[in-house]
Design a protein around this ligand. Structure first.
Ligand code: ADP
Length: 490
């Protein structure tokens, strides 16, 4: 008997993958997880749309297919496929279809959300499956992510194509707040049968809910932290999908995201002026704090606690709490604040205006900036994440590795990954609060400031505990492999 097992084959499908195109944590995960899986022996290829913002030259994309075709509704769509293994050595394919992807934004631009998003992503899903066929890459598992790829579990269950009869699906929920809710005009084009436009699958209050369909038909459902897996089975945390998720709870599990330690590691980070590790963190953080204060026009003050916030300006990130606490903190405590983010216009005006009101004490940059985000992680003392909900959250993981203690609302992945400070023992990796209330954030900032000034030994021991955390993908990748094995029988 031949006992040598063949490798598990996985097609990883995502609407954004870093560093090619990124709007949030989904791109980070879609970049790092396939690499970790490949390192553990999974035969994996990734696929994403070729947006116009993808830098073809920098990442050495090469055209590998011309005139590829899928049938959508009553029409044929013809497209090309590009490929690269740069920069990380894993195989990434790109679907080039200018009608849908040659636009300034990924999901939206200054004119708002693209109205044809369900058309764009149903096409992308069929093209991703067709790519596997054209490459003769018969996947054991198609790993899908969020609503943009949630058509695939359904297409597999429809069983139209014998090539995929042995293929199973996993869908990962990165944020259940985004479900892909549209009117039902796309049904024909997307090849969703009217029978499946029902409350148990794609229909929700008379509209199409793409994520719901994916959750109904996927073989396994994962989400990005164990606490979030519980939260999404409740009416508030699920944004309305709790009944379906409860009915599928046997197939649902939470696996904590890891981080890409080649990119987020203060010892080798080339985006910060001074690299450091757990032994050299004092000098390292001091130099980076000085550079950060200079970059944001803050007073050069090495011994004043510096709080930071980085994130999308959306309600989920707790902007209301932040706005209610930051000015109060600046007016009553010795501290500085740095804010990096973009999104909601009102928030941009408000946070963007704070440096003029508090010169030298609050710095803000409105926009998306990788380099600034690395310096902020390295140069700050405390990192603010007052999220209303947080499926996993990456910044609190980066912060800990960079010795920047998170101040978080205890929800989802923030609760799972931050160990509460214990004032008796000096243990912990951050400061947690529970209430959705600006005063709760303000008081916790006060707790952090008093720890900074009054209990420096505790600060030291917490920073060391935080920097020792292992958030590499290794453990989580093993858990995904366990799921692939279970559903593929390999
Ligand atoms: P989400 O996926 O909800 O946006 P995460 O914490 O999981 O939140 O991931 C956000 C990622 O995007 C992090 O890598 C964070 O540093 C990055 N990010 C968000 N906003 C900005 C910004 N304005 N500039 C640079 N990086 C940002």
């Amino acid at each position: 008997m031949n006992s040598k097992k063949s490798k598990i084959k996985v097609l990883f499908v995502a609407s954004e993958i870093a560093p090619y195109a990124k709007t949030g944590g989904l791109a980070d995960v879609s970049s790092a997880l396939p690499i970790a899986l490949k390192d553990k022996g999974i035969d994996i290829i990734s696929v994403m749309p070729l947006y116009s913002k993808v830098d073809r030259e920098k990442y050495k994309l090469e055209k590998v297919m011309d005139m590829a075709c899928v049938h959508m509704g009553n029409c044929e769509e013809w497209y090309s496929v590009y490929h690269t293994t740069k920069p990380y050595g894993n195989h990434v394919y790109f679907i080039e279809f200018n009608k849908y992807f040659d636009r300034p934004g990924i999901y939206h631009d200054s004119g708002g959300e693209y109205a044809d998003n369900p058309y764009r992503y149903s096409f992308f899903c069929r093209a991703a499956m067709q790519l596997a066929k054209d490459l003769k890459f018969q996947p054991d598992v198609i790993h899908t992510n969020d609503w943009q790829t949630a058509f695939i579990p359904y297409y597999l269950k429809c069983g139209e194509d014998a090539f995929f009869w042995g293929t199973r699906s996993v869908i990962t929920i990165h944020n259940i707040g985004y479900q892909g809710n549209f009117d039902a005009s796309v049904l024909d084009y997307a090849k969703i049968y009217l029978n499946d436009f029902n409350a148990g699958a794609f229909e929700s209050f008379g509209r199409l809910n793409i994520l719901k369909g994916g959750l109904a038909f996927a073989d396994k459902i994962t989400t990005v932290s164990p606490t979030y897996a519980n939260e999404i089975m409740g009416p508030i945390g699920s944004s309305g999908l709790h009944d379906l998720l409860i009915s599928r709870s046997a197939d649902l599990c939470g696996i904590l995201n890891g981080i890409d330690t080649n990119v987020w590691n203060p010892e080798i980070d080339t985006l910060i002026p001074k690299q450091y590790n757990i032994k050299t963190y004092k000098a390292g953080k001091k130099a980076n704090k000085k550079a950060l204060q200079k970059m944001f026009d803050l007073n050069d003050a090495p011994n004043i606690p510096l709080f930071a916030f980085i994130g999308r300006f959306v309600a989920q990130k707790g902007l209301g709490l932040l706005a209610g606490a930051v000015e109060r903190a600046i007016n009553t405590m010795v501290c500085q604040v740095v804010i990096l983010g973009s999104g909601d216009e009102d928030a941009q005006w408000y946070f963007g205006g704070l440096p003029a009101k508090y010169p030298g004490r609050i710095g803000a940059y409105i926009g998306y900036d990788e380099e600034r985000s690395h310096l902020i992680e390295a140069g700050s003392d405390f990192f603010l994440m007052p999220s209303l909900y947080e499926p996993c959250g990456l910044n609190q993981l980066y912060s800990q590795i960079y010795g920047t203690l998170p101040v978080v609302r205890a929800t989802g992945g923030l609760d799972d990954t931050i160990e509460q400070y214990n004032e008796d023992t000096g243990t912990g990796t951050g400061f947690k609060f529970y209430d959705i209330d600006p005063f709760a954030l303000y008081n916790t900032m006060g707790w952090a400031v008093s720890t900074y000034f009054d209990r420096p030994k505790h600060m030291e021991s917490m920073i060391k505990q935080a920097m020792k955390k292992d958030y590499s993908w290794s453990t989580s990748a093993e858990l995904y492999i366990g799921i692939y094995k279970e559903i593929s029988g390999k």
